[in-house]
Design a protein around this ligand. Sequence first.
Ligand code: GDP
Length: 191
Amino acid sequence: ADFNAMQFVCSAPTPRAFPAPSVAEVAFAGRSNAGKSSALNTICSRTGLARTSKTPGRTQAINFFTSESLQFADLPGYGFARVPPAVKAQWQALIEGYLSSRETLAGVVLIMDARRPLMDFDRQLIDWGSQQGLAFHLVLTKADKLSRNQQIKALRAVEREMPEATAQLFSALKRLGVDEARNAIAELANS
Ligand code: GDP
């Protein structure tokens, strides 16, 4: 897969706006501020490809990126502290609609802050998605904020709790784990 050639396709606020299913697609999920945009931009060697929505309460959308043989769906971040219930409901309908019915979806990359992995909604997403038969790759980002010892502890704890998923350490800041992430994404896309 050509990670360096990812191009923005469209921003879809409703399932009707999703691009027609074509090549294998990998979705990126995570809490707001976990480091998802930074991870995506690092994996694609592009600054500004993925952007963070810093405004809780704004209408959310799924952003699609594509290269020849691979497509990414950047899901809106979850877990803003004070979003209105209507926005939460819209988010959930969009994400559940996408994850449960996207024919070309090959797997989900879940981005988590290595200092706080597997928070409530992360677990819910993994449990619910696994029931739908989705494969997960868990990326513990901001690993540069932990000592080597803490990094290994965090990774082992996640692997122990979610044995059905693959997991890795990552840092956008230090460009740690980029090849590993690319390989895992290619695995998901080819499975
Ligand atoms: P998003 O909301 O999940 O898309 O998160 P962002 O990618 O916008 O990152 C949220 C904040 O974490 C920003 O201030 C980033 O600079 C910071 N951040 C993201 N990745 C890393 C990383 O690998 N290391 C460190 N130290 N900070 C990071």
